[in-house]
Ligand binder design. Structure first.
Ligand code: ACO
Length: 334
């Protein structure tokens, strides 16, 4: 880290969304809800749902393959894969090991990170530390979720929010003197707030039984109202810290790419940060909340359609179950 020219640079992005679209009108046939209730409160009109045989490792592999292609990096060059997910294909092994096999990342060490909606930021932070310490040169960072598998489709207070998908970036070590790359990261956790958003059963404390199945305890439970309050406060706070740590002011932020949990949360955070909505990237209307996949999916869309350009200051901010929160600032370009 003593080399002032050393940078962790984001060199490619990728995204994957399953084909099946579930609209608010479709949901209104499953539970007592309506587009008129969901859209104004969340900004969501539809979300994608993975097929029965389409798993987190498949979606992560698709997004990662695209990110490697766009970065011009071959699978055997990747020396680390960090996959953020709360919905791995199976409890054991880590889904990242399955992604390694699917992509032929023969020289990569692979592990998963469990930090819910902050997972991508946590994983990006790990990638940055590996690259700056010299432990890795080319890292894949992916977020992939099959939230439909842990969503209670009879609970209208949660099932309206979530969707499936994956996003990925390649992070590379650069010693060439570029001013681009990851300028700062900031993260935080408060485990005392764990009961606000959790899955009661299916872990070692309460393994799945006929009883837990009958009580629908294998699905997400959430105190949405309280989460909303903490989300705005923590996401705005950590994002402001990352911006300041990067030596930037709010007016220097070209693009804010927030976790896509709820459009009202995004609007409140942007307002607190003094960033106008024209500079905020949102795709929640058609993706819903894809947890760890949400930021890299929104990022990839904005890079692929040319909104984000070389030299732009791009800011990520998130919060999620844990509670966890995190932010990062990237000056875009190789
Ligand atoms: N359709 C119709 N009515 C509904 C629905 C629905 N889908 N859901 C709840 N209601 C009803 C409630 O029963 C309640 O009725 P009541 O007043 O008769 O009791 C009323 O609508 C209001 O419910 P609230 O929960 O107070 O609604 P709120 O305005 O808070 O909106 C929401 C709910 C959208 C979930 C909001 O609280 C929110 O977005 N919170 C944050 C959620 C979030 O971001 N979670 C993080 C997940 S990220 C992760 O880490 C996985």
């Amino acid at each position: 880290m003593n080399n002032p020219n050393l940078r962790a640079v984001v060199t490619g992005t990728g995204g994957y969304l399953p084909e099946r679209v579930l609209t608010n009108d479709d949901l209104s046939k499953m539970v007592d809800t309506s587009d008129a209730w969901i859209y104004p409160r969340t900004g969501i009109r539809s979300r994608r749902i993975a097929g029965a045989d389409e798993n987190v490792s498949d979606m992560a592999a698709a997004a990662s393959r695209q990110a490697m292609e766009r970065a011009g990096v071959r699978p055997e060059e990747i020396d680390l894969l960090v996959l953020a997910t709360i919905t791995p294909d199976t409890p054991l092994p880590a889904a990242s090991c399955l992604v390694q096999d699917k992509l032929g990342l023969v020289n990569a060490t692979c592990f998963d990170i469990v930090a819910a909606c902050s997972g991508f930021i946590y994983a990006l932070d790990v990638a940055r530390q590996y690259v700056l310490s010299g432990a890795a040169r080319k890292v894949l960072v992916a977020g992939s979720e099959k939230m439909s598998a842990i969503t209670d489709w009879t609970d209208r207070t949660t099932c309206i929010l979530f969707g499936d998908g994956a996003g990925a970036v390649v992070v590379e070590r650069s010693e060439g003197g570029t001013q681009n790359g990851i300028l700062s990261t900031a993260t935080g956790t408060d485990g005392s707030l764990a009961p606000l958003l959790y899955v009661p059963a299916g872990g070692s404390a309460r393994p799945t039984t006929a009883e837990t199945l009958a009580a629908r305890e294998g699905f997400v439970r959430m105190d949405g109202h309280t989460i909303f309050k903490y989300a705005v406060r923590n996401m705005a706070g950590v994002t402001a810290k990352a911006v300041a740590d990067a030596g930037l002011k709010p007016s220097d932020v070209d693009w804010f790419v927030p976790h896509q949990a709820n459009l009202r949360i995004i609007q409140a955070v942007a307002k607190t940060m003094d960033v106008p909505m024209e500079r905020v990237v949102t795709n929640i209307e058609t993706t819903g909340n894809t947890t760890a996949a949400s930021i890299p999916l929104a990022l990839h869309a904005a890079v692929a359609d040319g909104r984000i350009r070389d030299g732009d200051n791009v800011v990520f901010g998130s919060f999620g179950a844990g509670l966890t929160w995190g932010a990062a600032v990237v000056r875009w370009g190789k």
